[in-house]
Design a protein around this ligand. Structure first.
Ligand code: F6P
Length: 328
């Protein structure tokens, strides 16, 4: 089937993630390769509503594969949540003769795309871009690997000072409702305990476990706390509880925050973003729409948008076991 698509727009939406620039670059260059026009949309759905567009050619995306953030900028758009906002966005796409859209972002971005497609039957392909790794239908999201490396590097530094002072550190990491960053960075950084939303440990069990660690000869401890964890949500309250119930340790808190979202993307994220960006344009030219392009068992796949949203986040039980065993 010969495709009727001649002009593709690309945008980044939601929380930025390292590797988004590499994904935009791959979409733009793939369009150039197939002799298609490419339009960059600034500030995600917000810029779509306002028609904040810029033509992009192969040279417009030079020297960005190594840069964190997104040069198209990103936003969490309230306007796109309204019917009027989406109608305005559709008008802007039509006025600019755009035939299809590639959206790079997380599940909020995909939810917006699903509604937009239902209302206007407009071809959209999504790329999973979020540090949280909380999208179904793909083994990895763009930005996750870089964020893991950032977290591990930070915890390595915290360990130096924790060890020098025989202290206990609670280190809060991002992930919204998903424990992927916490469990993997926790294992990688050799954390004593890892608190994730998918498994409620409870304050008492945490304190009992830290006591056991101390008795076994550990002089300092790192507890990685996912921001969405039940008892970790109020990390300063948790630190207070530990101080009251575990006198042997001085307990400190570090919230890593948005440094986890920045920085040059890892090689893995650059390659992943490049593969998925090329995959997005291929999918559109093959007549696919309303799908996300992901990676499963190291192969590029397309997944129904709806499938990408389904269900709660899963953590591999084996990871939890490995964390338990290696932190003994
Ligand atoms: O979804 C990515 C993420 O960084 C989450 O880990 C975090 O909960 C959220 O975004 C923070 O959002 P904002 O930058 O809007 O505060």
């Amino acid at each position: 089937m010969k495709s009727t698509i001649k002009k593709i727009a690309v945008l980044t939406s939601g929380g930025d993630a390292p590797g988004m620039n590499a994904a935009i670059r791959a979409v733009v260059r793939s369009c150039a390769y197939h002799n298609l026009e490419c339009i960059g949309v600034y500030r995600g759905y917000e810029g779509l509503i306002e028609g904040d567009f810029k033509e992009l050619d192969a040279r417009s995306v030079k020297n960005i594969i190594n840069r964190g953030g997104t040069f198209l900028k990103s936003a969490r758009s309230d306007g796109f949540r309204t019917k009027e906002g989406r109608a305005e966005a559709y008008k802007q796409l039509k006025n600019a003769n755009i035939d299809a859209l590639v959206t790079i972002g997380g599940d909020g971005t995909f939810k917006g795309a699903i509604v937009f497609n239902e209302e206007f039957d407009f071809p959209i392909v999504g790329l999973p871009g979020t540090i949280d790794n909380d999208i179904n239908g793909t083994d990895f999201t763009i930005g996750y690997d870089t964020a893991l490396n950032t977290v591990v590097e930070a915890i390595d530094k915290i360990r130096d000072t924790a060890n020098s002072h025989n202290r206990l550190f609670l280190v809060e990491v991002m992930g919204r409702d998903a424990g992927d960053i916490a469990i993997n960075a926790g294992i990688g950084a050799g954390a004593e305990e890892i608190l994730i939303p998918e498994q409620n440990m409870g304050r008492d069990r945490l304190v009992a476990s830290l006591k056991r660690s101390k008795l076994s000869g550990k002089s300092s401890s790192i507890v990685v706390v996912s921001e969405g964890d039940q008892i970790g949500k109020n990390i300063f309250g948790l630190a207070e509880y530990i101080r009251e119930n575990l006198e042997d340790y001085e307990c400190k808190v570090t919230v890593l925050g948005h440094i986890q979202r920045g920085g040059a993307p890892s090689c893995y994220d650059r390659v992943l973003a490049s593969r998925l960006g090329v995959g997005a344009v291929d999918a559109l030219l093959n007549g696919e729409r309303d799908v996300m392009i992901g990676i499963v068992h190291n192969k590029v796949v397309s997944v129904d948008f709806v499938e990408s949203l389904k269900g709660a986040n899963n953590i591999d039980e084996d990871l939890i076991r490995v964390a338990d065993i290696t932190s003994i």
